[in-house]
Ligand binder design. Structure first.
Ligand SMILES: [Zn+2]
Length: 208
């Protein structure tokens, strides 16, 4: 419902802006009243206000999502960009489904922007927005067996957010983890040649 209302308000602003613009063009021979970055700025503003009100949830450091803090007992079976992979695939050292149901932890403080079963190749997906050093990042955790957080939750680094799953038996259990520096992208396909908007999760966590 909130979404519907914001879409309504945005459309109103957009159309009223357009009308003014037409008026301006007609009567004053002026162009462009609408800031081309209007929508982008507005989308960041939502998160700016969340983290300004709750500064204790601004990220200070990143850890691995399993065997915290350093992925002890797990290995990265398919690294970023291997086979055009857009994330890392974390598996238990025991192999097979030995890691099914193991705990997944938030890699940093942040805001849960999405927590839902979207079926298909993705299954249960958790998306967390992190404000870090004045910039925004998103972490995506996929194929989860269970989800332990809700959209709208503010969480701390190391919080239990779900369990390793297999997307309803589609794969051997593993955690597909993505880190993005464009927080406004769709869920995507998990694989692509173009990596714009995606970061190497392991490198990022090690550096930060
Ligand atoms: Zn994957």
């Amino acid at each position: 419902m909130k979404k519907v209302i914001s879409i309504f308000i945005l459309s109103f602003i957009f159309f009223s802006g357009k009308e003014k613009r037409n008026t301006a063009v007609m009567y004053k021979n002026t162009v462009s009243i609408i800031d081309p970055n209007f929508f982008t700025q507005d989308r960041y503003a939502t998160y700016d206000s969340i983290f300004t009100q709750h500064p204790q949830f601004i990220a200070k450091k990143f850890d691995f999502p399993l065997g915290k803090p350093n992925a002890k007992g797990y290995y990265n079976a398919q690294k970023f960009t291997k086979n055009n992979h857009l994330g890392d695939d974390w598996n238990g050292n025991g192999g097979g489904n030995s890691d099914l149901g193991d705990p997944i932890y938030s890699i940093a403080n942040g805001y849960v922007s999405f927590a839902k079963d979207i079926k298909g190749g993705w299954g249960n997906v958790i998306r967390i927005i992190h404000q870090y050093k004045g910039k925004y990042y998103e972490s995506v955790y996929a194929h989860c067996q269970t989800i332990k957080v809700n959209k709208g939750d503010l969480i701390k680094k190391g919080k239990l957010i779900g369990a390793i799953g297999n997307a309803d038996g589609k794969y051997l259990a593993h955690l597909h983890l993505e880190i993005r520096d464009n927080i406004f992208m769709d869920i995507g396909g998990g694989y692509a040649k173009k990596t714009e908007g995606y970061l190497d999760p392991t490198k990022f966590i090690q550096k930060n």
